[in-house]
Design a protein around this ligand. Structure first.
Ligand SMILES: Nc1ncnc2c1ncn2[C@@H]1O[C@H](COP(=O)(O)OP(=O)(O)OP(=O)(O)O)[C@@H](O)[C@H]1O
Ligand SMILES: [Mg+2]
Length: 223
């Protein structure tokens, strides 16, 4: 099924020798937005990590953004990551450099060379997250919500096919959470698939979408 951006068939996920999730079957199409819910320790982060090749899969079938993860060597993992936008709860900006230099860091690592195109793209992604004019701010000069928006801008730089977000609003107040979810919902309109782990049921009610629940070592549709 090459139309799916995320496609798992009978996947098992382990931490060392212990089975964390079994018989995972999950398909996500372009343009879909999926919430991943479940109690603390149920395995949401584990599942998300498997999608970007951070946890090995030795059983079943797992394809993400056109890559067969069972066949993906460590050397080729960067090619997968370039097709993904990965966002965590704790804003992981480099604190010693400006917003622009944070974005530049990723761009250089992913092969951007043309200075004009770089500047243009930085302007574009900052505009997408409503942070125009903040390129020269240092992270500590931004609010937590603004920092998380820079993280999202950074995740968008290479036009990812799949956005993987692990509690992206975990530390944020409701207004900025809404803004961030709105942003992620709007990205999906461009044919991007978004999968987002959250504990925030207020957000799910306000921005309804497909829900996947992790429970008892299993992954299942919730709605
Ligand atoms: N690096 C690791 N090594 C060993 N076990 C781990 C590791 N990471 C997670 N686990 C275990 O796997 C299970 C699932 O953890 P996971 O982090 O995926 O849960 P979660 O649903 O993301 O929880 P939370 O909502 O608190 O973020 C837990 O029992 C946890 O102890
Ligand atoms: Mg987690």
């Amino acid at each position: 099924m090459d139309d799916f951006l995320v496609h798992l068939v009978d996947v098992q996920l382990y931490h060392r020798k212990s089975l964390t999730l079994s018989e995972i079957n999950l398909s996500i199409s372009p343009g879909e937005f999926v919430y991943l819910i479940g109690k603390t320790g149920s395995g949401k982060t584990t599942l998300l990590r498997s999608l970007y090749g951070d946890i090995p899969v030795n059983e079943g079938e797992i394809k993400v953004a056109g890559f067969d993860l069972r066949k993906l060597t460590q050397r080729k993992t960067p090619y997968l990551r370039r097709k993904l936008g990965i966002i965590f709860q704790d804003f992981q900006l480099l604190t010693d450099r400006s917003v622009k230099d944070n974005l530049l860091f990723v761009m250089k690592a992913t092969g951007w060379k043309n200075k004009q195109l770089i500047d243009l793209r930085i302007e574009e992604v900052l505009k997408m997250v409503s942070l125009e004019g903040k390129a020269y701010k240092m992270p500590h000069e931004l609010s937590g919500g603004e920092q998380q928006k820079v993280v999202i801008a950074r995740a968008l730089i290479n036009d990812p096919l799949v956005i993987i977000a692990d509690e992206p609003t975990g530390n944020l107040d409701p207004d900025i959470s809404d803004e961030i979810i709105n942003l992620l919902h709007n990205i999906k309109k461009d044919g991007v698939a978004v999968i987002m782990a959250t504990h925030d049921y207020r957000l799910i009610e306000k921005f309804p979408s497909r829900i996947i629940k992790v429970e008892d070592n299993k992954v299942a549709e919730f709605n």
